[in-house]
Design a protein around this ligand. Sequence first.
Ligand code: VG1
Ligand code: CO
Length: 545
Amino acid sequence: MNIDTVSTRPFPGQRPGTSGLRKKVSVFQEPHYLENFVQALFDILPDRTGQTLVVGGDGRFHNRAAVQTILRMAAANGFGKVLVGRSGLLSTPAVSAVIRKHACFGGIILSASHNPGGPEGDFGIKYNIANGGPAPERITEAIYARSGVLSEYHIAADTADIDLETLGTQRIGDMQVEVIDPVADYAALMQQLFDFDAMRAWFAKGGRMRFDAMSAVSGPYARAILEGMLGAPAGTVVNGEPLEDFGGHHPDPNPAHATELIATMSGPQAPDFGAASDGDADRNMILGRDFVVTPSDSLAILAANATRVPGYRDGLAGIARSMPTSCAADAVAAALGIPCHETPTGWKFFGNLLDAGRATLCGEESYGTGSNHVREKDGLWAVLFWLNLLAVTGQSVDTLVRAHWARFGRHYYSRHDWEGIATERADALMAALRAKLPDLPGRDCGAGLRIDQADDFAYTDPVDGSVSTRQGVRLIFDGGSRVVFRLSGTGTEGATLRVYLERFEPDASRHDLPAQTALAELIRIADEIAAIRSHSGMATPTVIT
Ligand code: VG1
Ligand code: CO
């Protein structure tokens, strides 16, 4: 094999955010841009020689070209073998499953997840370590530091493209490239965790479901498992063909972007169960007939019912949630007598807790739920967990949720996103808010809401002692209501302010309010304290979930 050593100059800003490096496709198409980042990654992995890597992506525009480049660079940088999904496809949870099952060194995921795709859309790259999970900050910061001083990269020269459509082993020089079925290992893992007989019986008895893959990578997985293994009628999975531009849609499973599914799930003729997943299939949205389950509630309900499902029959060691996720899971943990850990936003913070056996289920308010079966959030896993519960209880989605509220109280919850704020304006908003923090505790905000605690969340990892500061401004009120403010770390244009709103209601006779009504006072207080409208120059949030 001939190796080209190509001289290059650092690109500014190759710093991974909440979940990898995300930029416009046009940025990734600039000569050397992807190569620089990949070389920076390989450079900080000195023990890579002869190791096995997993590579795959969500199929968005530029996926195939990027896979070929990474394969050539892996060969030139001494890797022994790469497992790559057929057509260059692997969902994020499937990469995690494959790394773990085959004891690989790590994996590269090509995805910008819930961000739009296509030539005008976004692209992304993310590195996962040997436990199958996202690289922790110590590694992502090392990649960033290396990217700033890079002067050359190494790539195999004069080699034909790998045929990504044919399963089996090919070579680039001494390195083996094995094209694998992207679904097989993942589907086998799901079979170990869930009661496939019960779910098959649920469909056989006429249970009706709609799974919207949003033209992204969950389609092949959902078809194989739901329609193939579980006997769901053909057509249960819609938008099941991964498209390079996701059909022009925003592959983000929330009520604002999955409007087609929301419409299907309303009215007396609607299916019993609805679900959707995002670009890289790690998110999930759960719906009943005329009923939307919030992700925070979903985590709590799965935890409370975990022993009904084979993979969790022996109970949970603990639960972990990201800080802005509602405290519904904490109530369940307290009842079960297990710990509930509170981490910064982003799945990478769950890895140590899962590895150390301190948490079994994890979740984020952003439609992310998962467990110790992999080290990523897992969209289809959450959907199968719910389906398993529907099958073994014989109850409907809304009955399960209402029973949960009646027992534990309801945590009304909503997130307001203010997208596309000029970066300086968003930074000014957060700076002004942080400056106010010392004066806020004790303030009476009216409507019986008194601020008990106001701070900028910091996290010390209980396993390795690493500290992450400035993870979001929290206002905690007497009685547990909360407002949290943070800036998104996954966007590619301007800044997005996320405002998270939560209010606990123990009284079952008041569990039927629209969430925005129940949260109206907190919405008012959030704007008063953070001066969102004046800083942003916007009148309303762009997305409410
Ligand atoms: C968002 C979510 C966060 C999630 C991250 C990656 O990050 O808030 O909870 O882990 O996306 O999800 P941010 O920094 O934009 O708020 V995925 O499915 O896009 O990889
Ligand atoms: Co995702």
